[in-house]
Design a protein around this ligand. Sequence first.
Ligand code: NAD
Ligand code: TYD
Length: 336
Amino acid sequence: MKILITGGAGFIGSNFIHYWMKKYSQDEIVNLDKLTYAGNLSNLRIVENLPNYHFIKGDITDKKLLEKLFKKENFDLIVHFAAESHVDRSITDPDIFLKTNILGTHNLLCMALKNRTRFHHVSTDEVFGSLKKNDPAFNEKTPYDPRSPYSASKAASDHLVRAYFHTYELPITISNCSNNYGPFHFPEKLFPLFITNLLENKKIPLYGDGEAVRDWLYVEDHCRAIDTIIKKGKIGETYCIGGNSEKSNKEVTYKILALLDKNEKMIEFVKDRPGHDQRYAIDFSKIKNELGWEPSVSFEDGIKKTIDWFSTNKAWWKSIKNGKYKEYYDKQYANH
Ligand code: NAD
Ligand code: TYD
């Protein structure tokens, strides 16, 4: 099978490439990635010299490049990860989110349609909005109610993917997953930011009262869920993926502090994120009952594995936490 993976140099995309090439070593993978600030080819050192792995630096909003690529290659499957993915950046600079997440996805759909290529769209639970404490968890029937420029752009992309199924019968599936954590996570998000700050003996900025809740899934479990949907999912369907691990940010923070032998003096409560979604939770019974997937890594084990990875791969994140990243960090946390 020849697979086009978009955004394969990012956090989940690179984990997915490792997962897939280990399990399906005969398949050919083409990784198309723009290498934005979040894309990092050092995530792919282990596979970069394999004869069945190819990297193309390119932008999914560049139609000409896509046309050339699709004329040359005949893909059996597209797994679409490429996106602008950080909520805080979408608040300060929304334009690029609309361009990449909406127009970029649409360009890929147009290309897929020409060859009727199977298309899996990787999306987020954030499209469903924000839950109150006792609300039932999101499921596939929950109405969309995105509240940040990031989630609104992902919601729009989901609608386009579904429209291409209903209108043109393009063979698509969509997954809406909760928050991931694990190796190669860019240190702007909660987990890698807090772990790496603490490893550098720096304070950790907890937004608001720290009571916002997220559901956490170890990234390899997400990769396995996407694999399950690709192999066994029903065309045209959406699947919600979750970790069965709802935690407040404070709980996550205290857990990380304890595992790194630090105390709560390292926490700096900072101004809340504008429009901060209070709670995400996922009911993943559809994928569990219909396709037999469920998370396999517990939160306890996942957090230990993740801290271990960041502790032994200091060179990876230290080279990121320089230059442009420092500029972003100082600006992002300046007014808090
Ligand atoms: P990431 O920001 O770590 O990586 C995104 C990758 O896409 C980077 O390699 C970047 O260079 C590339 N990219 C960005 N714009 C591009 C463009 N115009 N053309 C080509 N490549 C481009 O993101 P991630 O956390 O790995 O998320 C991957 C996907 O999974 C996204 O679609 C995201 O919405 C979704 N998702 C993420 C999470 C999470 O917790 N991180 C949860 C659910 C769903
Ligand atoms: P994040 O990792 O940005 O993921 P998302 O907003 O997509 O869920 O944030 C996870 C939670 O952690 C969210 O409730 C915001 C909070 N958070 C902080 O408290 N401090 C921070 O510095 C960051 C980046 C996030």
